[in-house]
Structure formats: C-alpha cells, structure tokens
Design a protein around this ligand. Structure first.
Ligand SMILES: Cc1cc2nc3c(=O)[nH]c(=O)nc-3n(C[C@H](O)[C@H](O)[C@H](O)COP(=O)(O)OP(=O)(O)OC[C@H]3O[C@@H](n4cnc5c(N)ncnc54)[C@H](O)[C@@H]3O)c2cc1C
Length: 326
C-alpha cells in the first residue's frame, strides 16, 4: 500500500441495495479535516460497486474493499475493520454513530485496545492530537474528548459536520485480505430482519425533520405532521409522549431515549421541548417551533417560533407551501 500522510480510516455504511449510506460524505469530509481519508467498503461480493464510487466521489484517496456476507451480525465487518486498521495504521478511525456503527466501533476499540469516543458532533486536530467534540445534556454543554494514548475510534452523529472533501477521481481501490476471527457473535437466533419500506427519508441523517408531540391530541390528527413533512420532503419525528400515546411507532422518537438528529431544518409541532427531547434535536441547524404556549421551553432553542393553535397554523403553512409549488 502506498504511503498516505496522516491516514484517517472511515467505515462506509452500505445499505442492503449496495449503496453508500447518506453518512458517507460527512464521514469522509470529517476525515479530510484530520488527514487523508481512507475508506473501507465491507459488503457482500459484487454488490458494493456503487458504494465504492460514492466513497471516491466523496473524496476518499484510497478505498479498501472486502466481501462480507449480508446480515445483522457485525463480527465480519469488525474483522474487516481490524484488518484495515492494521494495514492502514490510521491516526483516527471514524464510524457513523448508527446502531450498527456503534456496535462495530465498540468491538474494534476493545480488540485493538483503542480509545472509544462516541456521538461526536465535530472532530479537530490540536497540538497534541485528535479531539472529538460532543454536545451533551440536551445541547447545554459542548465537551471535548481525546485519547491519552493511541488512536481514537470516533463515532460521528449524522448531519453535524458540514465539511465536504473534494472528489478524488485518482483514488486507488484495493482489495483487502481479511482472516475471519471466528469471534462469538453474541446473538442467539435472528428470527427475522425487517426492512421498513418508506418513501420518506430516513429519520437519522435526514436534512429536514418534522416532529409532532402530545399537542396533536390523537393518532388521526398526526396526519397534520405528515402533510407538512410531505411538502418539505421531510422525515417524521415525534416526542416520547406522542409515541407513548400511540400516535406513531417508537422508531420515530427523537430524544435521549430515541434517535438523535441534526437536520438543516427541524420543525417541532405541539412539543413542549423537555430536556430529554432537546437532547436529540438541539444540534439542528434551524429549529422552528409551533406551540400555543409562549412559555414552552421549546422556544428557548427555536430560531423561529409561531405561538398559535397548531390546528390553525399547520394547515396554513401546508397551504402556503402548496401554493408556492403551483
Ligand atoms: C428517562 C427519560 C427519557 C426520556 N426520553 C425522551 C425522549 O427520548 N424523547 C422525548 O421526546 N421525550 C423523552 N422523555 C419525556 C419527556 O420528559 C417529555 O415528557 C416529553 O418529551 C413530552 O412530550 P411532548 O412535548 O409531546 O408533550 P407535552 O410536554 O405534554 O407538551 C405538549 C405541548 O403541546 C402544546 N400544545 C397542546 N395543544 C396545542 C395546540 N392545539 N396547538 C399548539 N400547541 C399545543 C402544549 O403547549 C405543550 O407545550 C423522557 C423522559 C424521561 C424521564
């Protein structure tokens, strides 16, 4: 393998169809902030050409590829990451802070005795090395973490880093040889792996999120959130109160015990803005809140607030957006 200055190893998340996940450009952009992006595409044989092309387009200078079986078990990907780590000897490893990404990151860090730093919202280099930045306690504090020795394995929250690397058409693509570790997979039986089909963007990593809360009042009324999401081509989120009331299933819950999102635009409808909810959305670039109570804490973090009855305001916003499309 040729020598690369300060290589940064990035794991590309590959979707079941063989495409690179939307996190790819951000991870490679973040790697370019620190050094030379080197990507690993570990996917079923012959299904990952698109992912390799995406990694090159996003600016990876070297793409390592290896065949792994499709499935919910992380061990083959950890084996591949371990082989890539030993080959590349990177200054840092960047992995998406997805469920699968956190699984791989933790296992890799344990195997190689590396520092693990999770849910970073930015990465940087200072005089002593690589630093990860984290938004904690509902966005109330920005903290920094750095390893006392060795290479950090950092998981990056989707949508938080805007830096993009230049495309690297001259990038090398090389096959990586991986010896299966035979490590225990710690899963008894996989009963069924469900793919949820939706025409809407995936919540994690979406550029626009429209979320509804208890203020919607019923499952039927939650269609107002869907109407606005349709107009904005947005993913749908919800507060825990809305999920607990059965307005929408749990995978849509945003917050401390749900999904963390960092979209360009977050619209909160009938959500009070409890700290546990803000923990999952406060890093959004622009926050719009619609709430009838001007004292709601959501207005403390909103860039734009509309104080009013959502049943009046939301249909007007939807009509206005539809009008602009005519
Ligand atoms: C350990 C723990 C973890 C938690 N994790 C999460 C989490 O991950 N995500 C999360 O969201 N919560 C979480 N919670 C719950 C959290 O504390 C709040 O209870 C929850 O976020 C409240 O949801 P809400 O804002 O929809 O409801 P409410 O707090 O009841 O707010 C409803 C809002 O709707 C407004 N409203 C009502 N009617 C209208 C109307 N017609 N027009 C306009 N506005 C209207 C009200 O003014 C009010 O502000 C957690 C709690 C705990 C203890």
């Amino acid at each position: 393998m040729p020598h690369y200055e300060s290589p940064i190893l990035v794991l590309i998340d590959v979707t079941p169809s063989g495409a690179a996940a939307p996190s790819t450009a951000q991870l490679i952009g973040a790697a370019a902030q620190l050094g030379t992006p080197v990507a690993l595409v570990a996917a079923p044989a012959d299904s990952a050409k698109d992912a390799v092309d995406s990694a090159v387009a996003a600016g990876a200078q070297l793409v390592l590829t290896t065949d792994v079986d499709d499935g919910p078990i992380a061990v083959p990907i950890v084996d591949a990451m371990q082989a890539a780590y030993r080959t590349v000897q990177p200054d840092a490893v960047l992995i998406s802070n997805s469920i699968a990404g956190r699984d791989v990151a933790g296992r890799l860090a344990v195997r190689e005795h590396l520092a693990l730093s999770v849910d970073a919202v930015d990465v940087a280099r200072d005089d002593e090395g690589i630093v990860a930045h984290h938004s904690v306690y509902g966005g109330a504090y920005l903290t920094h973490s750095a390893p006392t020795f060795g290479t950090p394995v950092i998981t990056v929250r989707q949508g938080t880093i805007d830096t993009r690397a230049k495309s690297a058409p001259e990038a090398r693509v090389e096959k990586l040889t991986v010896e299966p570790s035979g490590a225990a997979v710690a899963v008894g039986t996989v009963v069924e792996a469900l793919q949820i089909a939706s025409s809407r963007p995936e919540l994690r990593g979406a550029r626009v999120v429209v979320s509804g809360g208890r203020g919607l009042g019923s499952k039927e009324n939650f269609s107002l959130v869907e109407d606005l999401a349709d107009e904005l081509n947005a993913a749908i989120g919800a507060s825990r109160a809305a999920v607990d009331a059965g307005f929408i299933p749990f995978p849509h819950q945003v917050g401390q015990t749900g999904v963390s999102v960092s979209p360009q635009l977050y619209v909160a409808i009938g959500i009070s803005g409890a700290i546990q909810h803000r923990a999952g959305m406060q890093t959004a670039k622009t926050i719009v809140a619609i709430n009838k109570d001007p004292g709601s804490p959501i207005f403390d973090v909103a860039d734009f607030g509309i104080v009013g009855d959502l049943f009046t305001v939301v249909p007007q916003v939807v009509d206005a957006l539809r009008g602009r499309k005519k």
